[in-house]
Write a protein that binds this ligand. Structure first.
Ligand code: AR6
Length: 347
């Protein structure tokens, strides 16, 4: 069900359907179209000849032949004429029509290239925005695993265009572990890495030392097991309990929440059925985003799963940027995380 942004060659994707950015003849061309036809073999062109072409913004389906995907969905993106000629609407329609066709054919997974972002000249950053928004909208209503495949140098071009705001925020807020005691000017390259590891080790051992290792009796007295039982009865609200409470308070259904979090139904039901479920940090944050929690509430939800947000982690700083700006679109956040090579939110 969630949206994954990945770097790959779409012809290698093992999904039920891959989408081809074709032209109106459906008879092949360059770019991703050429790559798909080469990988699928000549039978694909033979089937395409029977389809009678395709209008811009629409989609048609064939089988995948020698591709690892069962189907190819051919869609025709708009040619960019400056943005004032209905390009966006047509591009949205390509994504929507392709996903509807995939659904009609029982596909549980689909992979898209950035339609129109090559020969058809749609500015890559805007093409990505349209892709993420259109797929995100569809996923709010439907269950499907959707991959947005970023190819070759596109990733670099898009990275350069990523909002200057985010870059500035990261520059201002991202602080590596404070190395001042270890003479930062003298620490660089490998030496710096070693120093960092030493500091991390030191911090780790501080956190791990006496409580965890000490005998239970030393801390809780003689009747330790009885006291422990008592303590167990008085545990604070768990991550799962806080999550479910917040869902109720926000008036959301479970499905609305996990879809907004880019989390799949199976994972959500695991959480629902286990009061002590411990999610990964990206999953926990994804729920904070779906619930539109402010920074303080996000921190307290994370704490329940044993996590915190720090200024020493790029991932955390990017998440904090979006929360501080009250930008709660998980797909938009994932776009930014993707370009900074960080784990994505959700499943
Ligand atoms: N895997 C994933 N993405 C790819 C791959 C690949 N193997 N190859 C290219 N891309 P384009 P359009 C990316 O030009 O703009 C054809 O000739 C590429 O980097 O393939 O919709 C058709 O026949 C870019 O981001 O498609 C049409 O005439 C994106 O796919 C025309 O080009 C789309 O670039 C369609 O132009």
């Amino acid at each position: 069900m969630p949206l994954h942004i990945v770097r790959n060659d779409i012809t290698k994707m093992k999904v039920d359907a891959i989408v081809n950015a074709a032209n109106r003849t459906l008879l092949g061309g360059g770019g991703v179209d050429g790559a798909i036809h080469r990988a699928a073999g000549p039978e694909l062109l033979a089937e395409c000849r029977t389809l009678g072409g395709c209008e811009t913004g629409c989609a048609k389906i064939t089988v995948g032949y020698r591709l690892p995907s069962r189907y190819v969905i051919h869609t025709v993106g708009p040619v960019w004429h400056g943005g004032g000629h209905g390009e966006r609407q047509l591009l949205v329609s390509c994504y929507r029509a392709s996903m509807e066709l995939a659904k009609e054919y029982g596909c549980a997974s689909i992979a898209f290239p950035l339609i129109s972002a090559g020969a058809y000249g749609y500015p890559k950053d805007q093409a990505l925005r349209v892709a993420v928004d259109s797929i995100g909208d569809f996923l709010l209503e439907h269950d499907m695993d959707v991959y947005l495949v970023i190819f070759g140098k596109d990733s670099f071009v898009l990275g350069q265009k990523l909002s200057a705001d985010i870059q500035e925020y990261i520059d201002d807020h991202y602080t590596e572990l404070h190395l001042s005691k270890w003479k930062p000017s003298a620490i660089c390259g490998k030496a710096r890495t070693n120093a960092k590891t030493e500091i991390e080790d030191a911090l780790f051992s501080i956190h791990m030392s006496p409580m965890a290792a000490g005998p239970v009796e030393a801390i809780y007295g003689k009747d330790a097991s009885a006291s422990l039982d008592h303590l167990m009865d008085e545990l604070d609200e768990s991550f799962q309990q806080m999550l479910l409470r917040k869902i109720d308070e926000r008036g959301l259904t479970d499905a609305q929440c996990y879809k907004k979090a880019n989390v799949d139904r199976k994972l959500f039901s695991k959480i629902r059925n286990d009061v002590h479920y411990k999610p990964s940090k990206p999953t926990a944050i994804a729920f904070a985003i779906a619930l539109e929690l402010d920074l303080q509430e996000t921190e307290s939800l994370l704490k329940k799963a044993g996590y915190a947000l720090s200024r020493s982690s790029k991932f955390d700083v990017i998440v904090q940027y979006f929360i501080e700006k009250s930008k709660y679109n998980v797909f938009e956040i994932n776009e930014a995380l993707f370009y900074y090579d960080q784990n994505l939110l959700g499943a």
